[in-house]
Ligand binder design. Structure first.
Ligand code: SF4
Length: 417
């Protein structure tokens, strides 16, 4: 681990905020997110649990120092943010605006689940400023949805998209999961085709991960039936790339596809390893080079807010230099930056970590060039300029192999010849 003193230029002022809304009607069988289960009836103002949570959430926002620039992106994730009423969403947005300011053209996204909203509700979300929604479709087969513990039906997905469009939403993303138990390549093909037919502006295709402590982890073993084999998972990845790029979507990040102009602005902050505020139970913020994770349990989070632990962040903000783990920052930058189609600009990397490090990174990755997984482009003045990026879809598919190699080299500070 290399510890150095670094300064934080004004470009490192956060302009993105993640807000965690930790409520769901029930817990899906694969999910280990920090959430509280409300059942089918309690939601919005009728839920005392939600009202109490919003009071703490807004308290946390108010006691977080502003760094001086208005927010350009806000992301309501969950959980199921659509269990909040428009008025409750407005309460959070007003608090953010008073504390940090919100740009007039800010991207304001919210995750939303089929069968959790009606037309008046989503019209309300639009009226308070939400301009992008991410709909948790996951699959278009009733049996797969049931087996995953989802609380919506296949027909709810189409209905949700229709309702969102009636409310005036244009920027609609759909989430799909590949590798569900019992999911065949034909099922995956059918889900992709049905998703494309709904013509969203953006699609996220995630591989199922079996998380410890979930019902899935007790029932299934990765790579063993009824979960798809590794080869099948790879075929699913290639199929998504083929069908979605043929349909005009840009494969701009390992798991994400967008029509031109509709890449998610908020998530690019993460992938570019830029700072962001995080608020709410289980949320992580990244300020002044420090990732601060909030407690994942409701009562622990309330105690954390009451103890005003953000004071630590305030102290960091007032320092012009802090002790910083350069190795972790470098590995985060590589791990996140290589997820993007545009790859990593060597000039930026060199400015931050030095040209020797850039040369070492390329020596580490160069062997994978012959396999067609990584390319070095526009590098006439290497290592002072150029780009390293993974190829699509093979480089994206095998990104873990390259990352493991980078971690081996840099975590042990091994100097390559
Ligand atoms: S809706 Fe999302 S956050 Fe809620 S339980 Fe299901 S996967 Fe988890």
């Amino acid at each position: 681990m290399l510890l150095t003193k670094v300064s934080f230029p004004t470009t490192n002022i956060p302009t993105a905020a993640y807000i965690h809304i930790p409520f769901c009607r029930r817990r899906c069988f694969y999910c280990d997110f920090p959430i509280a289960v409300l059942g089918d009836r309690r939601r919005g103002e009728a839920s005392g649990t939600i009202r109490q949570y919003l009071a703490y959430l807004c308290q946390e926002i108010r006691q977080t120092p502003a760094w001086g620039s208005p927010l350009q992106t806000i992301f309501f994730g969950g959980g199921t943010p659509s269990l909040l009423s428009p008025t409750q969403l407005q309460q959070i947005l007003t608090t953010l605006d008073q504390q940090f300011g919100i740009s007039a053209d800010a991207e304001i996204s919210m995750e939303i689940d089929p069968a959790t909203f009606d037309l008046a509700q989503v019209q309300g979300y639009r009226a308070v400023g939400v301009n992008r929604v991410s709909l948790g479709a996951q699959a278009f087969q009733a049996e797969l949805l049931t087996r995953a513990g989802r609380s919506h039906q296949v027909e709810d997905i189409q209905q949700a998209v229709t309702t969102l469009r009636q409310a005036g939403f244009i920027n609609i993303s759909l989430d799909l999961i590949a590798g569900l138990p019992g999911q065949s390549l034909d099922d995956w093909h059918a889900s992709l085709v049905q998703a494309i037919n709904l013509a969203p502006t953006h699609l996220s295709c995630y591989d199922l991960t079996i998380e410890a402590g979930t019902p899935f982890s007790r029932q299934y073993k990765p790579g063993e039936a009824p979960l798809p084999s590794d080869e099948m998972t790879a075929e699913m990845y290639r199929l998504a790339h083929q069908l979605l790029t043929e349909a005009g979507y840009d494969h701009y990040e390992i798991s994400n596809y967008a029509k031109p102009g509709y890449a998610c602005q908020h998530n690019q902050v993460y992938w570019k390893n830029q700072p962001f505020y995080g608020f709410g139970m289980g949320a992580t913020s990244y300020l002044a080079g420090n990732r601060i994770a909030r407690p994942r349990q409701t009562q622990a989070y309330y105690r954390w807010v009451d103890a005003k632990q953000q004071v630590e962040v305030e102290q960091l903000a007032q320092q012009d230099a802090i002790t910083f783990d350069t190795t972790t920052d470098l590995l985060d930058s590589l791990m996140l930056g290589l997820r993007l189609k545009q790859g990593i600009h060597l000039a930026e990397l060199g400015d931050r970590f030095g040209v020797t490090t850039v040369e070492q990174i390329w020596r580490c990755l160069q062997p994978y060039q012959q396999q067609g997984w990584v390319v070095l482009e526009n590098a006439e003045n290497f290592p002072l300029s150029g780009t390293i990026r993974l190829t699509q879809p093979e480089g994206f598919l095998f990104s873990n192999v390259l990352l493991v190699r980078l971690f081996e080299v840099f975590e042990t500070e091994q100097i390559l010849p």
